[in-house]
Design a protein around this ligand. Structure first.
Ligand SMILES: [Zn+2]
Length: 350
């Protein structure tokens, strides 16, 4: 049951824009994945345009940017680039845009530091971090063939990032970006990524939500090799609850799918989805099971390798949440894989 109402805008064609409100434009970039697009936004200031999110760094993206900039920005230059978070579909072309227009990049410092670390790791294919990554996949229960293929996928990501500026303007929760006559409040959330920035304008009643709230799909919440013992689901659920303080009629402009109304209902739906997943995992793990065994039971379809990466990270996030609640215990099997078992009511009493 989907709780949201799509706002009444037609989807922009490639290289075109749709006006959300005067001075706020919606455009799309292609993605070569199952999720085949990302929504980006342009906000008009008195002396130029602010870009919010950038697309991958690829010829398909830069061609669309060329078309949009030439056709839709009038006399005003690009003056600033903002990225909501450092996932490649949002930040990939940011360095190229900043360099091309000689403009500053705004994002949270934690996202910037983490992506620079990630890019440095990709640049040293045989470094310690690669060993850590291989071990991490093994502990999930992946076989060597899957691990080798995943490492190749990681390696391929490097080409989708342009070189980031060496200095950025670090956004923090509660900051404002004053653009034209509107103030956009920075709302930092954790869980999907380390410090995701959404932008909220009270006067316009609009939230540019990045990947924080999506109307159709649920954002991936994963434990990854950079923080193998983390509990991102706890932060994620907190951040979803926090956003419920926004007015119910807020127009949400997400990075994927379509603009919509119904944020509170959607937040409830997302939270409920995670509660259901937590229940399922508790039910599945009556015997010690590694993450790949759990994923097999949670999904009734064959997953692509990339989806398997997302699904296993998300399953582990749920498992860690349950561990921190004292609902699941962890052991190591003879092959060095982590196995998880629900703590029975009997054990709980001990
Ligand atoms: Zn993301």
């Amino acid at each position: 049951m989907n709780a949201v109402v799509a706002a009444d805008y037609s989807t922009p064609d490639s290289g075109e824009v749709v006006q959300i409100t005067p001075g706020l434009l919606w455009l799309r970039m292609p993605l070569p994945f199952e999720l085949d697009h990302i929504n980006l936004y342009l906000i008009e200031d008195v002396d130029g345009w602010v870009i919010v999110d950038c697309g991958l760094f690829s010829s398909a993206t830069t061609e669309v940017w060329d078309a949009v900039i030439e056709k839709h920005l009038g006399d005003k230059p690009v003056k600033q680039v903002v990225v909501t978070h450092a996932h490649v579909d949002h930040i990939g072309a940011a360095g190229w845009l900043c360099d091309r227009f000689d403009v500053p990049l705004y994002m949270t410092g934690r996202e910037y530091d983490l992506v620079q670390e990630f890019l440095a790791e990709l640049a040293t294919p045989n470094g310690d971090s690669q060993v850590t990554r291989v071990e991490f996949f093994h502990r999930l229960g992946m076989n060597p063939k899957q691990t080798t293929s995943l490492m190749a996928i990681y390696g391929g990501f490097a080409d989708l990032f342009s070189v980031l500026p060496t200095e950025i303007n670090r956004l923090e929760d509660g900051d404002y970006l004053t653009i034209g006559s509107n103030r956009w409040q920075v709302i930092v959330s954790e869980g999907h990524s380390i410090a995701h920035a959404s932008l909220y304008s009270r006067s316009l009643g609009i939230l540019i939500s990045g990947d924080q709230v999506l109307p159709r799909i649920s954002s991936n919440v994963s434990v990854g090799p950079h923080d193998p013992d983390g509990n991102p689901l706890r932060s994620w659920l907190c951040s979803l609850n926090h956003l419920k303080t926004l007015p119910a009629d807020t127009l949400v402009l997400p990075a994927h799918n379509f603009p919509f109304i119904g944020i509170r209902k959607r937040l409830d739906e997302l939270i409920e989805g995670h509660q259901q997943d937590l229940k399922k995992i508790e039910q599945i793990c009556t015997e010690p099971m590694h993450i790949m065994q759990q994923v097999e039971q949670l999904y009734d379809r064959k997953l692509s390798l990339f989806d398997l990466l997302l699904a296993s990270g998300e399953c582990l996030a749920h498992v860690h949440y349950l561990m921190q609640k004292g609902r699941i215990s962890r052991s190591l099997d003879g092959e060095g894989r982590y196995c998880y078992q629900t703590i029975s009511a009997d054990q709980e009493r001990r």
